[in-house]
Design a protein around this ligand. Structure first.
Ligand code: SF4
Length: 139
């Protein structure tokens, strides 16, 4: 099976704070499979570490007020291009991220409040018919 996965879940230090979200369940699941790691925010040209961002009224905005929508959406398009080329059987993404979140994301107030909805990359991949799973749905 070919699996695309958020790079931070596989242990790559691509998270906004320079860390990762290494997840043992994910590592077990992907072991022995063909794995493609992607970090849409890095693919969109953002540095690591970087200022955290949320989707504010549909526009991805950094906590310091800078609009980073273009970079986030470029990263999403680049992930879609990789998915279209590689045709993964399954895509596993990190929860709650403004890029990778599948079921929930933060509400844009930087107060830790969650709303239903996806990050921009997860949404684009799902719109194009890819099978996308939130890491928290792995049992
Ligand atoms: S954009 Fe996705 S892959 Fe990159 S650090 Fe955030 S959650 Fe992880």
């Amino acid at each position: 099976m070919k699996i695309m996965v958020s790079a931070c879940l596989a242990g790559e230090n691509c998270k906004y704070n320079g860390g990762n979200n290494r997840n043992e369940k994910v590592l077990q699941l992907i072991a022995g499979n063909e794995v493609i790691t992607v970090c849409p925010e890095q693919l969109g040209g953002l540095p690591t570490p970087r200022v955290p961002s949320e989707i504010c009224n549909g526009v991805v905005t950094a906590k310091d007020g800078r609009i980073v929508d273009r970079e986030f959406r470029l990263g999403a398009v680049r992930c879609l291009e990789i998915a279209e080329r590689e045709q993964p059987d399954l895509i596993i993404l990190q929860s709650r991220s403004p890029s990778c979140g599948v079921r929930q994301r933060y509400d844009g107030t930087f107060s830790g409040t969650l709303v239903n909805g996806s990050g921009v990359t997860a949404q684009l991949l799902m719109e194009h018919g890819f099978k996308v799973m939130d890491v928290e749905d792995i049992t």
